[in-house]
Write a protein that binds this ligand. Structure first.
Ligand code: THU
Length: 133
């Protein structure tokens, strides 16, 4: 998990967040062992902003990954910045409920939880009658 947190911190450095000045970095580990990272990318048309978590996951999925074992997020100054609701839904598509998620702030405060704790009773592939991936 330390390696994943370091990757999330490095990704946070790449954040393009001139409007909010709230940089976020995310790093996801796939079952292949590879790590994929993302940062938030804001837009002058504010609503088009993409969160770091979704950039990291989209990058991994586009590289052919389908299964993941952990996610680290670097966000916030004091309290760690928690993933937004849209990202939780996006993550629930790919993470089983037991996947650990660690959030770390700039001051090093950490929170660790699972996907199931982050989004209980999630709407997901199974809600549509899809079998396991
Ligand atoms: N942000 C993320 O990157 N991930 C989240 O889960 C919460 C919010 C970004 C979006 C925006 O660029 C900035 O943080 C402030 O909302």
């Amino acid at each position: 998990m330390e390696q994943l947190l370091a990757a999330a911190r490095a990704a946070q450095e790449k954040s393009y967040s001139p409007y909010s000045r709230y940089p976020v970095g995310a790093a996801v580990r796939a079952t292949s062992g590879k790590i994929y990272t993302g940062c938030n990318i804001e837009n002058a048309s504010y609503g088009l902003t993409i969160c770091a978590e979704r950039v990291a996951l989209a990058t991994a999925v586009a590289a052919g990954e389908r299964e993941f074992t952990a996610l680290a997020i670097a966000a916030g100054d004091g309290d760690p910045g928690m993933p937004c609701g849209a990202c939780r839904q996006f993550m629930a598509e790919w993470f089983t409920p037991d996947v650990p998620i660690v959030v770390v702030s700039g001051q090093g405060q950490r929170l660790q939880m699972t996907m199931g704790q982050l989004l209980p009773y999630a709407f997901g592939p199974k809600s549509l009658g899809e079998g396991p991936r």
